[in-house]
Structure formats: structure tokens, C-alpha cells
Design a protein around this ligand. Structure first.
Ligand code: FMN
Length: 340
């Protein structure tokens, strides 16, 4: 069905197609997804029915978390949300690189702000696992304070929070990953979180240098971060064939796959398994998802492959993962984490 519709959707501007998709998803009635019991895992005090989640950026304003749970995601991350609403960069700012099965975006945290997201999430029945990804406003005078405010404001409606310091589309944001700044940021968010607060994840860029992994892992463990999400989009440009390859922004999808897997392995080796890892970047099928689990990810997320594979993808990957676990003789998903 999606294959037949895809040429029509691809004839449309990518952002317009995305808005239409969200509008359509709003009409989908909620139905809890059923998963193979092998996929269930208890992590951070929550039960994840499947390790495959929706990555941030698809549902920035939390308009369709229930629809995405219905489509077979085991958890959904909404956002990035910033304290104040902002319009983001000038359009066009979202590009399909169909020949490369990739996406380039320079959205720039377009979102309706924390107050609107808080109201929307507070108005829905609490079901499934819905995390909130928080960021800083582009023109903020104090970005660290923006993150602390995000933690304080959104904790009430979030099952977990993700501190996103890895978007390439807010100038200077990724500098927060550097030594001194990272410690200061993580202290501020830990204080805002308070003891026994909601789980806190840190999302990093895939464009890191030797030594960064050990430093980030140490800072995360020292400040009580619960997990790392590895990774956001890349500013690097592997060989691409699409005419949009020269666009500025973050690249995601298939060309990010090997870099994301490599970064996951580096973080696994830097942490020795002491810090839970969540893998994102170029996951397109059950083989990719299984490879990330085997390389040490307890959870995985995707976004770009949805553009090419359509709404049945999450269900297919969950079923395929369960099949691989069964054939591999694993008692459950937790037994496969780091098994490579
Ligand atoms: C259009 C678009 C918008 C995104 N917006 C966000 C965002 O707001 N916050 C964030 O943390 N990541 C954002 N991402 C990154 C994804 O969450 C994910 O980390 C990245 O795309 C790699 O996964 P993928 O290859 O499966 O897409 C965005 C990605 C895309 C394609």
C-alpha cells in the first residue's frame, strides 16, 4: 500500500508531506500494540514492550504519540521542545535524498514551545512510554538554564527526558558536548531533576573525535545520566548521489548507518557496559536493529527509514527481531545486548 502511495507523497515538498502525515496520524484511533514476550525489557524502572522506539524530530510537538505507539513502536520520543516557541530556519529545510535512502534537515528546532507541549501531553491518558527531548532556544542568553527549565517543566508529563546537545542546526549547540561545558550542563540538569526524578538521557552527535567517548562517558556517569543516545544526525558527508547532497544540515538514514554503529561500539568500549546505550542512525530493518543490540544497545530508535518504508515498518522490525532472538537461542532481548 505504502509503495503505491509513495510516488505521490514524494512528488510533494518533504515538509508539506510530513505535515499531511501528522494530520492523517491524528485520525488513527489508539490501540495498544501486542509484542512477542521475548522483546520485553525492564529498564530505568519502566517496562519496554519492544526495544524499537521512534526517534526525536518526527513528532516535535507531541501531536501523535498514541498513533506511533499504535503503529508498533515500543516507545516514542517527542520534541525537541525549547522553552519558548520558535519558527526554525527558512524553508526549504528538509530534503529527501531518495537515491541514498537518506534525509538532510536543517529545521532548527521549529516547535511550539514547552507550555504547549505540556498542555497537550497533560491532556492525554498516560499510556505507553513517551519521552520528551529538550533543547535550548536559538537566541537564548543562557542555554544551560534552558535545559534546566526543560527538565523542571516537562518532567511531569514525560516517562523520560532526553537532553539534546547534538543538533547541528542550532549554531554553537554542540559545543555543550565539550569538556567544561558538559560538566556544568549535567550538574544543572541533575539539580533540576532532583533525587528520584524521571530518567535522564543524553543525546550525542556521531561526529566525535578519539578521546571524546571516554570523556563523555565519565561525565555522564559522574552526573547520574541514565543512558546515552548515540546518535543524532551527522554533519559529515559520505559519498552521496542525490542532487540534494550539497544541502547544509544534518544527514540521516542509510549513509549514517556505519558511522552510527561505529560510534555505538566506541561508546560500548569506553563504558565497558557501565552505561546503558540507545542506538539511532540508519536503522532500516530487523537486521540493523539486531546488529545494534548485539553491539551493546539496550534500545534502538529510527526516523528516516519511515520516509522510505512507511507506517508498517515498526511492526515489521519488532516481528523480525523476535524471530532473530528465537533463532539465535536467546531467552529474551536483554540476553542479546552486547552479544557480538
Ligand atoms: C527531519 C528530522 C528532524 C529531526 N529533529 C530532531 C530533533 O528535533 N531532536 C533530536 O534529538 N533529533 C532530531 N533528529 C534526529 C533523529 O532523532 C535521529 O537521531 C537521526 O535522524 C538518526 O536516525 P535515522 O537515521 O533513523 O533518522 C531529526 C531527524 C530528522 C530526519
Amino acid at each position: 500500500m505504502y509503495r503505491a502511495l509513495r510516488p505521490l507523497i514524494f512528488a510533494m515538498d518533504a515538509e508539506r508531506a510530513h505535515r499531511l502525515t501528522i494530520a492523517g496520524l491524528k485520525a488513527l484511533p489508539y490501540r495498544p500494540s501486542k509484542f512477542d514476550a521475548l522483546l520485553e525489557q525492564t529498564l530505568f524502572g519502566m517496562t519496554f514492550p519492544s526495544p524499537l522506539g521512534l526517534a526525536a524530530g518526527f513528532d516535535k510537538d507531541g501531536e501523535v504519540p498514541d498513533a506511533m505507539l499504535t503503529l508498533g513502536f515500543g516507545f516514542v520520543e517527542v520534541g525537541t521542545v525549547t522553552p519558548l516557541p520558535q519558527t526554525g530556519n527558512a524553508r526549504p529545510r528538509l530534503f529527501r535524498l531518495a537515491e541514498d535512502r537518506a534525509v538532510i534537515n536543517r529545521m532548527g528546532f521549529n516547535n511550539r514551545g514547552q507550555a504547549a507541549l505540556l498542555e497537550r501531553l497533560a491532556g492525554r491518558p498516560r499510556r505507553g512510554i513517551v519521552g520528551v527531548n529538550i533543547g535550548a532556544n536559538k537566541d537564548s542568553a543562557d542555554r544551560i538554564a534552558d535545559y534546566a527549565m526543560g527538565v523542571r517543566t516537562m518532567a511531569r508529563v514525560a516517562d523520560y527526558l532526553t537532553v539534546n546537545i547534538s543538533s547541528p542546526n542550532t549554531p554553537g549547540l554542540r559545543a555543550l558536548q565539550a569538556g567544561g561545558e558538559l560538566g556544568e550542563l549535567l550538574s544543572a540538569v541533575a539539580e533540576a531533576q532532583g533525587p528520584g526524578g524521571v530518567p535522564l538521557f543524553l543525546k550525542v552527535a556521531p561526529d566525535l573525535e578519539a578521546g571524546d567517548h571516554e570523556r563523555i562517558v565519565r561525565a555522564a556517569i559522574d552526573h547520574g545520566v541514565d543512558a546515552l543516545i548515540v546518535a543524532n544526525t551527522t554533519v559529515s558527508r559520505p559519498a552521496l548521489s542525490s542532487s540534494h547532497r550539497g544541502e547544509t544540515g544534518g544527514l540521516s538514514g542509510r549513509p549514517l548507518k556505519s558511522l552510527a554503529l561505529d560510534q555505538l561500539r566506541r561508546f560500548r568500549s569506553a563504558s565497558g557496559g557501565a552505561l546503558p546505550l540507545i542506538s539511532a542512525g540508519g536503522i532500516e530493518d530487523a537486521d540493523d536493529a539486531f546488529a545494534r543490540v548485539a553491539a551493546g544497545a539496550c534500545l534502538v530508535q529510527l526516523y528516516s527509514a519511515l520516509v522510505y518504508e512507511g507506517p508498517g515498518l515498526a511492526r515489521r522490525i519488532a516481528d523480525g527481531l523476535a524471530e532473530r532472538l528465537r533463532h539465535g537461542g536467546f531467552a529474551n532481548i536483554a540476553g542479546a545486548v552486547g552479544s557480538e
